[in-house]
Design a protein around this ligand. Sequence first.
Ligand code: PMP
Ligand code: GLN
Length: 386
Amino acid sequence: MNRPLLARHLDGLGTTIFAEMSALARTTGAINLGQGFPDTDGPTEVIEAAVAAMRDGANQYPPGDGIPDLRLAVAEHRQRFYDQTFDPDGEVLITTGATEAIAAALLALLEPGDEVIALEPFYDSYAACIAMAGARRVGVTLRPPHFRPDLDELRAAVTERTRVIMLNTPHNPTGTVLTRAELEAIAAVAIEHDLIVVTDEVYEHLVYTGEHIPISTLPGMRERTVTISSAGKTFSFTGWKIGWVCAPRELIAAVRTTKQFLTYTSGAPFQPAIAHALRLPDTYFDGLREDLRHKRDLLGGGLRAAGLTVYEPQGTYFTTTDITPLGYADGLDFCRRLPELRGVVAIPEVVFFDNEEVGRPLVRFAFCKRVEVLEEAVSRLKRLEP
Ligand code: PMP
Ligand code: GLN
């Protein structure tokens, strides 16, 4: 065959950095602070609800939109936390994790040649799905030390071809939580140019500084926003892959069109269990956040003591660092060597950047791990020199 097997518009997608680094953790036995998944399970009562559902026969295809009780629980959750009303019949769609929601939304909304403005570093699936849609990403770079979006850069990025602004707040990997003023400025751009905002809010409950404000709650935004979230991070069940989309009926109809042909439906016994989880009392959500705040501080202190520049995240369960003070310059090379050098796995952020100069020295560590694991990791990282 004289043509590469992988379609040309997918060039460069290769293997995800999370897969590469988790495989490295397995083969070297290193502590995995790379891929973001907790090393403890979510609430036992939620597991029991999934087991009960399986025993009660929730083992065949659920409805394509998701089971009615989970759609209702998602709508109740929006009302409870954001005072926002979504009709569970037609304005809520259950997906196979946020990953499928992102893919379904972008594949539904974009035409070849369209442009998507997104905060850079980009979570890897945004770049992949934009490429699969034949569209083009245009980054607005979040730069150290504060990783705030430059709103003039964002305004200047809009062209005739712009169709979507893709947001992520709290932002993976920088931990930036967009402020009301930033969101208002972004909303004004979206309204002025009649753009759709797709917003990934999977870390909505993991905010330590500031407040999570869904952009869909701002005036004029509900009708043009596709909000995506997931049970993975909020309930520590990343392997269950239950996500959801909230949006007005016409946008849900568009996303449903592609979603039907990606997985159609999934997670039969997990859907009722996540409905139960979404109805847990506020103490659950507060407890999760406070536990992770403590872990953020523990890891941040340890990384600082190891000599790295630490950028304290406002949200998510990731800490971004700069390895330059240790005498290293290239995060990718550093992360490939770190398991051998120190028995720890981390994620090089350069892979999430088009603007590689900015991303090259940045390395992300996950702190969603048991305290003793974080303590062991930071003790291994001490006296780290080239
Ligand atoms: N978006 C972001 C920003 C993420 O960090 C992740 C990983 N949880 C996802 C989407 C994917 O979520 P899910 O596991 O629910 O597919
Ligand atoms: N969201 C997880 C992270 O940022 C990774 C999920 C995945 O492997 N695709 O670490």
